[in-house]
Design a protein around this ligand. Structure first.
Ligand SMILES: *Cc1c(COP(=O)(O)O)cnc(C)c1O
Length: 461
């Protein structure tokens, strides 16, 4: 064994303890450090021929890289839709690395049993029935991709071919209908060979991002054969929800696969006030839910739910004698694009076990209250204008005067040390988004964010 490696092995507990201290210090300053520090890269460093061990690596990381990292796990990182990591989720993630399981096969099956238990809990959390099975993937993009891959195989079943076996050309053109789909849907269609052009935009309700069910009905009537509908449960700009029951009811008249992107919107199910937004989610044939957003587990984690695991394993089966048979309850190696599969479920298992449904409901409700409160503050401030009502956990706003993109960029950069928001365009108007999904965020953070925005708007006026 390399001498440095052997020396590290001899003092492993001490090294883990030093790492734990470094992590605790980084987390202790999360609320006070610049939310996004200036983004310069350090001068390049050569690959060491001989290493100097974990302690030296830790010291160099802390000096050279750590000060450049954002406080994205903290309470005022409101860009994109970004959660943090609850204490239990962090503990679970550390142990995932410590145990370093490849949880994809019944031949060494504890990891997949743990994942299945976690999926059962999540299913209950989101109000899904046991008609759905679920599998962990790396994020909502991968969940959407896997869901649409199953949809592709379903289309094949309807047309008497198997795209998994014979290629996607066997299908011919397929319409994929959606009101306000996330950008990852087009990416998924590109990956799957259905093509970005397969996406057919369906009109939304006036002034809304929710699909117009009557327009969807007409679009389905125009489809030459079986189709795919992507329903949206929580859009990124205005957190609008398609009427999932109305969309599902169209199956009485039309033949389509219903995929629902509920990446963060599924968490509405946790709060009695908002659960109606995802009523009918269970009727979907496939469902995408992100966990590294509102469940507050570390990156990267999401779940793909489906009612047709038989089609799922047809797509993702990885036949090899050494991996064992497919069987009626397929191993995880046969259910996702990956073969090797980290024990990704453990962080979710930990946070659900530690805080339960009520603990996570409190996080969701507090984030919603914070979003509402920031929305009210910005609405009262003459410098700003809301671009949409605050429906759930996102505030979509712009400068009241001249919302030119370069002025919004200046505003964003001026507040980046105090609060991080990201740009968008809504119905042709440039704006900014503040998305609340972190377990640490409190009303005091809303005060700081509102004050920073108010002061910066004055500066650039
Ligand atoms: C975030 C998000 C995605 C993509 O999620 P990743 O985890 O970044 O892959 C897809 N759909 C919606 C609605 C989202 O909010």
């Amino acid at each position: 064994m390399d001498r440095t490696l052997a020396a590290d092995l001899a003092r492993l507990p001490e090294l883990l303890d030093a790492t734990r201290r470094a992590a605790a210090e980084a987390l202790a300053t999360l609320g006070e450090r610049p939310v996004v520090p200036p983004q310069d890269a350090p001068p390049p460093a050569p690959l060491p021929a001989h290493g100097t061990g974990t302690e030296a690596a830790l010291a160099e990381f802390r000096a050279r890289w750590e000060p450049r990292l954002s406080a994205s796990a903290g309470p005022r990182y409101l860009g994109f839709v970004t959660g943090g990591a609850t204490p239990a989720a962090l503990a679970g993630d550390w142990l995932t690395a410590a145990h370093d399981q490849n949880s994809n096969s019944a031949m060494d099956g504890a990891g997949q049993h743990l994942e299945r238990e976690t999926v059962t809990w999540l299913r209950e959390l989101f109000g899904l029935s046991d008609a759905h099975t679920g599998t962990f993937v790396s994020g909502a993009t991968m969940s959407n991709t896997a869901g649409l891959a199953i949809a592709r195989e379903w289309l094949g079943e309807r047309l008497g071919v198997s795209p998994a076996q014979d290629g996607v050309a066997a299908l011919g053109p397929v319409p994929v209908l959606s009101g306000a789909p996330h950008s990852s849907i087009a990416k998924a269609l590109s990956v799957l060979g259905l093509g970005r052009a397969a996406l057919v935009p369906v009109p939304t309700l006036p002034g809304r991002e929710a699909v117009d069910p009557a327009a969807l009905d007409r679009a389905l009537a125009d489809a030459p054969g079986p189709a795919v509908v992507v329903a949206n449960a929580g859009t990124v700009n205005t957190v609008d929800f398609d009427d999932l029951r109305a969309v599902a009811a169209l199956r009485e008249r039309h033949d389509f696969w219903l995929h629902t992107d509920a990446a963060f919107g599924a968490f509405a199910a946790l709060t009695p006030e908002h659960a109606h937004l995802v009523a009918g989610l269970d009727a979907s044939d496939s469902v995408c839910v992100d966990l590294h957003k509102w469940l507050n587990v570390p990156y990267d984690s999401a779940v793909q739910f489906t009612r047709r695991r038989d089609l799922q394993s047809r797509v993702f089966a990885n036949a090899a004698a050494y991996l064992g048979p497919l069987g009626p309850d397929p191993d995880l190696v046969h259910l996702t694009p990956e073969n090797s599969h980290r024990l990704r479920a453990l962080a979710a298992w930990f946070t659900l076990r530690a805080y339960g449904r009520e603990g996570h409901r409190e996080i969701v409700e507090r984030d919603i209250a914070c979003a509402r409160s920031l929305g009210e503050r910005l609405d009262r401030d003459p410098a700003f204008r809301l671009l949409a009502p605050v429906r759930l956990n996102v505030v979509c706003f712009t400068l009241a005067g001249n919302p030119a993109p370069e002025r919004l960029t200046a505003l964003r950069e001026a507040v980046a040390a105090e609060v991080f928001v990201t740009p968008t365009v809504l119905a042709g108007t440039a704006g900014l988004r503040a998305a609340f999904s972190n377990w640490r965020t409190t009303p005091a953070d809303v005060d700081r964010a509102a004050e920073a925005l108010r002061a910066a708007a004055k500066e650039i006026a």
